[in-house]
Design a protein. Sequence first.
Length: 201
Amino acid sequence: MQMNVLTDTLPKTVDINGHKYPINTDFRAGVTFELLMSANERNIFKLLAPYFPDKFPEDIAGAMRAVELFYCCGKLPEKDDKPKKNKVAYSFEVDSEAIFADFWQYYNIDLSQEGLHWWTFRALLYGLPDKSEFKQRIYYRTCDMKGLPKKERERIMKIRSQIEIKNNCTGKVTLEERNAKMLEYMAKRREETKKGGTVNG
């Protein structure tokens, strides 16, 4: 599914074992999917439901593999041989209002009314200017404070506490590393299905 968003029509189907299946392309499906992964949802049917709301494909593992590729906009990130245990740079739950406001301010897009394709939404999200609230939040969560004056470190720490994404991890990750961690999680759920493991809980 290697495509050029400038020249190719965005996909409305996914390929599963040589067969085309319609997939929900609305950005809300991708957001819901990511929130479920962030919550470590193990029920693979719940993970697939946002993308296949009417009927699941027969090959569930194949469907999960197709969703991985669609979620990553047709380009799977390279595997990192040194996995990190770090907290994420952003959250669709914690940062929802900031993202909504930024799309309105910078793109004149009302996300409550628009049905953007997931690939379009993600390109616009990552393309927000550095001064946007969303990108500022990422900066403050991930910036390296080594060598900074004490007052500046205290200022950043105060901001971090206000926009904290609560989980059991520590550290920082880039957007690319965050996506790689999501992909690793999806692969684990797919392998569980192949081996006849947990799919319902």
